[in-house]
Design a protein. Structure first.
Length: 253
C-alpha cells in the first residue's frame, strides 16, 4: 500500500496546472488592462520623500514678541509692578457687526448676511458666528431668537497677528484719520472703537463687495484698568488722538 501511495503522489506532482488564457484574472474574471499599466507607472516613479526631521513650528507673532520684550518691562517699571503675573495682558480681541437694520420681516437679508460672514472670515482668519436676540423688544419689532449680528473672537497667535495688521496696515488707510479716542475705556480697562467700512483692510476686495458695513473692535484686558490699558496700547503703537492746543487770545490794542 505504501508503494501505491508514493506512485499516486508522484503522478499528482507531475501533472501541470492549465495556464489561464490571456486577459483573464483569477476565477476566470476579465482583467482590467489599465490596472496593470497604472501599477507599472507607479513602480517606475520615485516615492515622495518624507522630511527627515520634525516640522518646525511657525515663528511667534511679531507683536507678541514686542509685547513680551519691550512693552511688558516698561509697563512694569512705570506702574511699579514687580510680579510678572500681575502685569496687564491682552486676553482677546472681539470683532462684531450689527445687522439689526437688515431684518426683512422675520428673516435677515441673505446678501448682507453672506457678505458680512465672508468679510469677517477673510479679515480675522476664522469663521464668524451669528448672534441672536436674547429677548423680544416690541418697539424695535424684534423677537427672541432673531439673528441680529455676527461676531469673531480672536485669541493667541491669531489675535496678535490681527493687532499687527490693524495697527500697521488698516488704520493708516482710514480717510481723514485724526487719531482714535483715548476716552473709550470701561472700568475694567477694555477698549472699543468703531470702523465705518471694511475696505480699510487690504484683504477685502471692494470690487466684489455688494453690501458695505462697518464693525466694532474691542480689546479685552486682564489685570488692568484704564491707565494701564491706555499705556499698553500706546506702547504697541495704537494711534490715539492728541489733545489740541488751546487757542491763544490776541491782546487788544
Amino acid at each position: 500500500m505504501s508503494d501505491e501511495k508514493k506512485k499516486q503522489k508522484h503522478s499528482e506532482q507531475g501533472e501541470k496546472k492549465p495556464k489561464q488564457p490571456q486577459g483573464e484574472g483569477k476565477g476566470g474574471k476579465p482583467r482590467d488592462p489599465s490596472k496593470g499599466k497604472a501599477d507599472a507607472k507607479s513602480k517606475g516613479q520615485p516615492k515622495a520623500e518624507k522630511p527627515a526631521g520634525p516640522v518646525e513650528p511657525a515663528p511667534p507673532a511679531r507683536m507678541r514678541l514686542r509685547f513680551q520684550k519691550e512693552v511688558a518691562p516698561k509697563i512694569g517699571q512705570e506702574f511699579g509692578i514687580t510680579n510678572r503675573m500681575a502685569l496687564p495682558r491682552l486676553e482677546k480681541v472681539l470683532l462684531t457687526v450689527g445687522l439689526g437694520k437688515q431684518l426683512e420681516g422675520l428673516k435677515l437679508n441673505a446678501k448682507a448676511k453672506e457678505q458680512v460672514l465672508k468679510d469677517l472670515a477673510v479679515i480675522a482668519g476664522q469663521k464668524a458666528v451669528m448672534c441672536k436676540a436674547k429677548k423680544s423688544v416690541a418697539n424695535f419689532k424684534l423677537r427672541e431668537g432673531f439673528e441680529i449680528g455676527a461676531m469673531v473672537t480672536l485669541r493667541g497667535a491669531r489675535m496678535w497677528e490681527f493687532v499687527d495688521r490693524l495697527i500697521s496696515l488698516a488704520i493708516p488707510r482710514i480717510k481723514d484719520f485724526r487719531g482714535l479716542s483715548a476716552k473709550s475705556f470701561d472700568q475694567g480697562g477694555n477698549y472699543s472703537f468703531g470702523i465705518t467700512e471694511q475696505g480699510i483692510f487690504p484683504e477685502v476686495n471692494m470690487a466684489d463687495v455688494e453690501f458695505q458695513h462697518g464693525m466694532n473692535v474691542t480689546f479685552v484686558f486682564r489685570n488692568s484698568n484704564q491707565a494701564k490699558s491706555r499705556a499698553v496700547l500706546r506702547e504697541l503703537g495704537l494711534p490715539f488722538a492728541q489733545p489740541q492746543d488751546a487757542p491763544t487770545q490776541r491782546k487788544a490794542g
